[in-house]
Design a protein around this ligand. Sequence first.
Ligand SMILES: Cc1cc2nc3c(=O)[nH]c(=O)nc-3n(C[C@H](O)[C@H](O)[C@H](O)COP(=O)(O)O)c2cc1C
Length: 163
Amino acid sequence: MKAIFYASSTGNTEEVANKIGSKLDGFELIDIANDGVDKMNECDSIIIGVSTWGEGDLQDDWEDCLADVQEVDFTDKKVALFGLGDQDGYPDEFVDALGIMYEEVTTKGATIVGKTSNDGYEYDESKAEIDGEFVGLVIDEDNQSELTDDRLESWCNEIGESL
Ligand SMILES: Cc1cc2nc3c(=O)[nH]c(=O)nc-3n(C[C@H](O)[C@H](O)[C@H](O)COP(=O)(O)O)c2cc1C
């Protein structure tokens, strides 16, 4: 099974998840606020969408499901991550939730696909940046919504080959 697991407080991550779902074949869309993360256990390819809230925190539904994510064995699972954030409003915690989720799944053995360049973003600090690149796709609907479709197109082309 292949699925996109997401949660969304104001609809931005949901919209991006839907667009990714329409570009890639065979991925079920799962809103974890309703369905939780149990189906991760049945998946061999997983896409996870998280937004950052508070000051560098996981979105609430992800926070509520974190203990369940920590129960999943990600060994032999391919995982691609995307994160929504606001680089102007939160330049010191930009898309931190993406970095938090990366830590969780790699600790449990996930094989990560779909890291991206941080070119074209302006921020000071991000937990999602490791060695000069982002651990997944970064979307900023607050400041750069005009770039979203191109960013999605190239990321989906890339991960579609490996997931
Ligand atoms: C109160 C509040 C706190 C936020 N905190 C952060 C943050 O720490 N880092 C960040 O990159 N974005 C932050 N954001 C921006 C959201 O992550 C961004 O608007 C995102 O698109 C929301 O996605 P969602 O509606 O799918 O939850 C915050 C937004 C609000 C309103």
